[in-house]
Design a protein around this ligand. Sequence first.
Ligand code: SAM
Ligand code: DTB
Ligand code: SF4
Length: 324
Amino acid sequence: MTECLGKMSLSRNKVEELYQQPLLELIYRAARIHRQHHDPEKIQCSTLLSIKTGACSEDCGYCPQSAHHSTDLEREDLLDIPTVLGAAQEAQKNGADRFCMGAAWRDVPDGPEFDSLLQMVEGVKGLGLETCMTLGMLRPDQAERLKRAGLDYYNHNLDTSREFYSQVVTTRTYDERLNTLAAIRESGMRVCCGGILGMGESEDDRISLLWELARQDPPPESVPINALVPVAGTPMAEASPLRWDELIRAVATARCLMPESVIRLSAGRESMTEEAQAFAFLAGANSIFLGDRLLTTSNPAADEDRTLLTRLGLLAVSERTESR
Ligand code: SAM
Ligand code: DTB
Ligand code: SF4
């Protein structure tokens, strides 16, 4: 097999062949590709903030913020601008280079709330941080306005395969997701798009998700790979935990398929051992969420993550810039 699969020749069979290689062969191949396209010492660090929490009209089976599930979660309207900027400053102090603002919306509202979003982007950008938002479905004109305000990335995940999607969400379709992704791409913003493992999907679904991600033209610049964080009250509360080798296999396959993309070891790191995370970095993951909270669930403490990175000889992008 050639070292790197170009997307023009990408058939689902090729993805399957890659994914099904013996694990250590796959990791070795991914590690080589990673070193050809990235500085292997560098880890991009994003911090998340939930700027509008809960009461979401969508029924995503994994999500604690859906109004369809009864989880132990306090809803909160859109945060005010000073609160968001304060959190961004704190994130920067802790070593983040990108600030990601997430809202539990099906789609993005117009009017005063949209104006606040634009001011949040301008403010965060003004601090010298990269900006990212994930707000649900977006129209092309909204994408353009966010881009003009300085939004660098928009996160919108495909989450799983087209085939499994209707078992995860019923209130929207895979094609609606793809339409928003097209609007983001068209606006000139960078695309952050990935999925969740451990929702009860099959290996075939994981292969199909990776294939869908890699055959976008161009592939997403940022690819978050989330391990399900099971939350009491959601339909997936009792899902079987993802095995470490399944996670690494997906990360390594993503690295081989999308050599230029930044791959984020995203939600679920609290239940991964340090060894599994080390394997993921070796296999091509080069980004994490830094900070004690994701959106509504917890994440390893920033201090613990800094210790882990130091132990592995890795540097956060922000440290890297300072030391130069
Ligand atoms: N409402 C917007 C949307 O769905 O695009 C933005 C926020 S939504 C919480 C962003 C992403 O978080 C989802 O697409 C999903 O991939 C991820 N997510 C939500 N709950 C999760 C969980 N329990 N475990 C892992 N990932 C989760
Ligand atoms: C992504 O792929 N993972 C992040 C981010 N994009 C928005 C969200 C993870 C959410 C985990 C569950 C929670 O904390 O609510
Ligand atoms: Fe709403 Fe997003 Fe959660 Fe789905 S994933 S319920 S759209 S917040």
